[in-house]
Design a protein. Structure first.
Length: 557
């Protein structure tokens, strides 16, 4: 928030003095989408403060903003908030190095601050934010030495590389020629169905140049005219390509920007990205292992409710930012922020295969894992248990002797019928007793939380769609015992440690141990079995809602 003082205004001969508050224009711009979100200036400032603190520790207390040799790159700039905030800090910090304001500004903009925009519109917006003009050579530009209109904020339309997947033959809509069309981009995995057989020149391709190359170092050197070695890469990348398979992570691309930025070999890398990579996401296992186990993350700040970072924007699983440092190896300063209240610990991020958000949960998890019991996943199917998709509609309302029950969810839970011969996947489980667990459950980002939807028991002669996962046992007594276990807060607490979005896939249940299926399980039984302390029990009770199994089975949850 900037202020403008107005004085010497008179009314009835009396002098008045007051302040007029002028909002930051970058706080007033609507987001492009939930996948391309503008970073609030205050949040960008928080990330830069984290960077500056680390720099000071590494450089005997020196300020990064007082060094005229440090170079910065935002390789996916949108509003230009990061280049602008970096420049503002450098203008103040370099005053003693170069007292002449014009010369100081010119040096910063020419030599230190660089960006690559993601669309035509954002390139103009970023230049306006940084240079006070969409043309870096324009009359109103605060940069005076550029010989190119784009200055150091580059953008060029880039096309997708359609080379991945099984090709299909299609007819060109204009020429009528038969084409061999590949369904996805070989670089970012974007589905071609979003763009048609041929792209239109008047529409954005959302083929972000930074991740559409095998040689990012060569790219940035070609863009800026000289070989570039950036000290700091920082920003807020696009999150996913809208139009993937429909999940919250199946079309994610933010990790590609992180990996590409690391190839530039910066000293410091800081990005704000969805938190779902910390414990989930299809295809994220390798990325998560490298990031959490690499030891280079110096600081991680996690917001389970994305609205605390981006008001009015829903990003399932929350938002986080990290500071990665090439020369750093060790434990990370990990902070979780709920309702504006931070909790900070120093942690080994590679202790588990996923990141456990709340440090209070680690002691409980260690007690459970110390007993080395097999996991319930040994009796749990994977995604799409019987090979029937969620949107399957070719079922009968009434069954015959040759049919099996099909449990599905279409707004509400319901049962249809399909021929037994139709089932090709996990057919051996058709006549088992099953406890069906809903694959998706949201319920909001706050606590206490139910974590997963209510289970249901399906007897022999039943299957389900992709809306469920299926636990299998031998008898009805065992099924009832398993369902009582599923409904406990203890069970759902262990699930919550690996469930970071609305989706609960098979791996989400990894840390839940098997029990003997010969009784109705209660939380009291389980707390005693695993030796939980009063504080640990109170913690579980505070974050997990009770689950009432007797509720209407027609409801979705």
């Amino acid at each position: 928030m900037s202020e403008m003082t107005i004085t010497d205004l008179s009314k009835n001969g009396a002098a008045l003095s007051f302040r007029v508050r002028k909002p930051d224009v970058l706080n007033t711009i609507a987001n492009l989408s939930n996948d391309e979100v503008f970073t609030p200036p205050e949040f960008a400032g928080r990330m830069l403060d984290t960077l500056a603190d680390a720099w000071a520790v590494d450089h005997d207390g020196a300020s990064i903003w007082a060094d005229p040799t440090v170079t910065f790159l935002d390789p996916f700039t949108k509003s230009g908030v990061f280049p602008r905030e970096i420049t503002r800090r450098l203008v103040e910090g370099l005053e003693s190095w170069e007292p002449d304001l014009d010369k100081r500004v010119d040096h910063i903009l020419m030599k230190q601050v660089h960006g690559i925009a993601i669309t035509t519109v954002t390139s103009l917006l970023a230049r306006r934010s940084l240079y006070c003009s969409k043309d870096a050579m324009g009359e109103h530009s605060i940069a005076k030495s550029f010989t190119r209109s784009w200055g150091n904020i580059w953008f060029k339309r880039t096309e997708h590389n359609w080379s991945k997947g099984t090709p299909e033959r299609q007819i060109h809509p204009v020429t009528g020629d038969e084409l061999l069309v590949y369904p996805t981009c070989g670089f970012c995995g974007a589905p071609r169905s979003l763009f048609g057989v041929t792209e239109r020149d008047d529409l954005e391709t959302h083929a972000y140049e930074f991740i559409h190359t095998d040689d990012p170092n060569g790219l940035v050197s070609a863009l800026f005219g000289v070989p570039m070695q950036f000290d700091v890469v920082i920003g807020n990348p696009p999150y996913q390509m809208t139009g993937g398979a429909g999940g919250s992570s199946d079309s994610s691309i933010y990790h590609l920007f992180v990996e590409q930025a690391q190839k530039l070999e910066p000293r410091y890398l800081s990005m704000v990205i969805p938190s779902r990579w910390l414990a989930g996401g299809r295809g994220m296992d390798g990325f998560r292992a490298a990031m959490l186990g690499g030891g280079h993350i110096r600081e991680l700040v996690d917001f389970p409710a994305a609205a605390e970072v981006f008001p009015g924007v829903e990003v399932k699983g929350g938002i986080c930012y990290f500071l990665w440092e090439s020369a750093y190896e060790g434990d990370a300063k990990a902070t979780i922020v709920r309702n504006g209240e931070p909790t900070t610990t120093i942690r080994d991020l590679g202790e588990f295969d996923v990141f456990v958000r709340d440090p209070r949960a680690i002691g409980i998890l260690q007690k459970v894992r110390a007993q080395a019991e097999p996991s319930v996943v040994n009796h749990l199917t994977a995604d799409t248990p019987f090979g029937i998709a969620t949107n399957f509609a070719d079922f009968r309302e009434a069954g015959t002797s040759k049919d099996v029950e099909l449990h599905y969810i279409k707004r509400k839970r319901a049962v249809g019928f399909v021929p037994r011969s139709f089932i090709r996947k996990n057919a051996q489980l058709i006549d088992s007793w099953k406890v069906l667990a809903t694959e998706g459950y949201n319920g909001g980002d706050g606590t206490p939380h139910q974590i997963v939807g209510r289970p249901l028991i399906a007897g022999p002669g039943s299957v389900c769609t992709q809306s469920y996962l299926a636990f299998w046992v031998d008898t009805e007594i065992e099924a009832k015992s398993l369902m009582s276990y599923y409904s406990t807060k203890f069970f759902r607490f262990l699930v919550s440690l690996r469930k970071i979005t609305q989706h609960a896939l098979r791996s989400t249940y990894t840390w839940v141990p098997q029990q003997e299926w010969d009784r109705a399980w209660t939380d009291a039984d389980l707390y005693a079995k695993y030796g939980l302390s009063a504080d640990e029990i109170a913690y579980i009770e505070s974050v997990i809602k009770p689950m009432v199994l007797a509720a209407d089975e027609g409801a979705e949850d």
